[in-house]
Write a protein that binds this ligand. Structure first.
Ligand SMILES: [Zn+2]
Ligand SMILES: [Zn+2]
Length: 179
């Protein structure tokens, strides 16, 4: 299925992606506004996520309303044969020793105080714990023991995606300064 419109043609992604593209392509101003806003927020870490989510909520609601009106069924949404897209990604050369020592240093425990995580045994017969860079490498953080912390899978997701992420980061920063 190809999608043609005022701003050109696009034929990638799932049906829903194309629906969203169709929805926004005639409202380029709104799309640009949302994209610019998100970039700004991510760069500045400023606390306006809620406004953005409100905007997204509205867009999602409109999208679902439209799919329903057009008689789409749940089974039709998505793509049974997802196409492959190759992308170039930037990857940092991390030193395995840093994460190994970080894990040994904490005894494979999550470094968030009072975390109740009980590690399961991972593929290499060791307790499973994740290593996080407190200041992101992308933000100039170092791949050193001072800048890494062990986190359980839940806290690791939360420090990246949670509303509370800045607080968790503060906890880890304070902990490293103190040690
Ligand atoms: Zn991380
Ligand atoms: Zn944890």
């Amino acid at each position: 299925m190809n999608t043609a419109g005022k701003y050109g043609k696009w034929s990638g992604g799932t049906k829903v992606d194309r629906e969203v593209f169709e929805e926004f392509q005639d409202d380029k101003e709104r799309l640009n506004f949302v994209v610019t806003k998100i970039k700004e927020e991510l760069q500045n870490n400023s606390p306006h996520y809620e406004d953005i989510f409100a905007d997204f909520g509205e867009a999602e609601a409109k999208k679902i309303e439209r799919l329903t009106k057009e008689g789409w069924t749940v089974e039709e949404i998505g793509n049974t044969e997802p196409s492959i897209q190759y992308r170039t990604i930037k990857q940092y050369d991390k030193i395995p020793t840093v994460s190994a020592i970080a894990k040994l240093r904490t005894g494979f425990k999550c470094e968030i105080i009072d975390c109740a995580y009980e590690p399961f045994i991972g593929l290499y017969n060791l307790p499973y714990i994740e290593v996080h860079h407190i200041i992101r490498l992308a933000d100039g953080g170092e791949d050193t023991l001072k800048n890494v912390a062990c986190l359980c899978p839940k806290h690791h997701r939360e420090i990246h995606c949670g509303k509370n992420k800045e607080n968790l980061k503060e906890i880890l920063l304070r902990k490293r300064v103190a040690s």
